[in-house]
Unconditional design. Structure first.
Length: 434
């Protein structure tokens, strides 16, 4: 009997687990979910008694390799730094591997070895990256087939709070890994604008951000900041002739104003360290500001930004941190997890927008393709649905021999994106083109 193994039962795993549970029952495959938190696994599989759980320390080589050896397809929804550990086992035991994370140089270097082992390592198979690649490539292929030459490509995506659950000055709630929220933008950004490569350092990423110049029904006002390094994707998408190419992250305009202040206050840094035992949020956050001489940033902030900072805990004299000795970034993450968490009945929202300009019949034309997905509650989130379902669908396709690629790949090839997008459409994850 064939076996699927999923490492990770965190925030984004619920839809992946649910879909694969039904697929495995249908095709009589075994399915195992492994995580360090057994209660977390049990909460995700309680409706699927045929799904097995594995309580594991991912750094325990014997435990990890025993699970990988028994699998045919492995999915890693662990933190990105752990993918390579799992990938080494998959390579050794000749097992297919899928992840939702960005492809790094270590994984990329394993492509020839994966081909020799007759296995597929499919990375960037989630939402962003993932659905963004697939939907963009389908759109690009359609325009090129009609004879169009794309001159401008802008792709925007954001995990947001749905307007009906938006009740805080950040207009945001945490629906995915909060550590990644703290780290966002740290590598700076690079993109192509009007034929020129634009570089932004960390401090510049969240400043002077632009409002989205189109409306997505039901999404509310949106702004964006440049997401990482867009330049390598120009060749990947086959858009070397374009003079503008940028990938961005969507947020409410007020969020970007507040986060720019957070970055300026160095609250996302690991130093200086402090002892947070028996310290309230107000104690620790105030000490960071005083230590780093950033009090003037707080005092000179707009009314909205002051509201945002106070909402995170700048005036919270009761919530204890008790995280031992740690830096500002850990304190900030604690604040995000406590102050911006989804209530049980809250709904999150995923919005993705592609904006393309192209020449056709000597005329400039424009195309906008947009996606909006809302979650059901704090567990069945839009984020879990849009990150987890592409992984689950692709894993099923690999198991059934409908994806036959070998080596290390991203979902920019028709063999991957065509069937996956078709399956996502059946799950009401579909784009509206205008």
């Amino acid at each position: 009997m064939k076996n699927i193994l999923l490492f990770g039962a965190g925030k984004s795993s619920s839809a992946c687990i649910s879909h694969l549970a039904h697929e495995c029952k249908l095709h009589q495959w075994n399915f195992t979910v492994a995580d360090a938190n057994l209660l977390l696994i049990q909460g995700k599989i309680e409706d699927f008694p045929w799904v097995a759980s594995a309580h594991i320390d991912i750094n325990n080589t014997e435990q990890r390799q025993a699970l990988v050896k028994a699998a045919d397809v492995v999915i890693s929804m662990m933190p990105p730094a752990l993918h390579y550990l799992i990938a080494q086992d998959c390579l050794y035991f000749s097992k297919h591997l899928l992840t939702a994370s960005y492809l790094d140089e270590q994984m990329k270097a394993m492509s020839e070895a994966a081909i020799a082992k007759d296995i597929l390592f499919l990375c960037e198979m989630g939402l962003d990256p993932g659905i963004d690649h697939m939907s963009a490539m389908e759109l690009i292929a359609t325009i090129k087939k009609d004879g169009g030459e794309i001159t401008s490509f802008k792709s925007h995506c954001g995990g947001l709070v749905a307007p009906e659950s938006d009740n805080n000055p950040w207009h945001y709630k945490v629906s995915w890994n909060p550590r990644n929220i703290v780290l966002a933008g740290k590598a700076g950004a690079r993109y192509l604008q009007d034929g020129n490569i634009v570089y932004q350092n960390y401090e510049e990423v969240f400043k002077n951000n632009k409002k989205l110049d189109c409306t997505v029904a039901g999404a509310g006002p949106l702004a964006y900041y440049a997401n990482r390094d867009s330049i390598p994707y120009i060749a990947l998408y086959g858009l070397q002739q374009a003079d503008t190419f940028i990938r961005t992250t969507l947020r409410h305009p007020d969020f970007l104003a507040g986060w720019s202040t957070i970055v300026a206050m160095q609250l996302t840094q690991d130093l200086p360290e402090m002892n947070t035992q028996n310290q309230t949020l107000a104690d620790s956050l105030s000490s960071i500001i005083t230590t780093q001489n950033n009090l003037h940033l707080f005092l000179s902030s707009t009314h909205v930004v002051k509201q945002q900072l106070n909402y995170l805990g700048f005036d919270d004299d009761t919530t204890l941190i008790n995280n031992g000795i740690c830096g500002p970034a850990v304190v900030l993450q604690f604040a995000l997890e406590n102050k911006l968490k989804l209530a049980p009945t809250d709904k999150d929202m995923v919005v993705m927008v592609h904006q393309l300009s192209y020449m056709l019949d000597d005329k400039i034309k424009h195309c906008t393709s947009s996606l909006l997905v809302k979650g059901e509650d704090s567990v069945k989130t839009a984020m879990a649905k849009t990150v987890g379902l592409p992984l689950a669908i692709a894993a099923s396709l690999v198991m059934r021999g409908q994806i036959t690629l070998r080596g290390v790949h991203l979902p920019v090839l028709e063999e991957i994106y065509k069937p996956v997008l078709a399956a996502l459409k059946e799950k009401d994850i579909l784009f509206i083109n205008t």
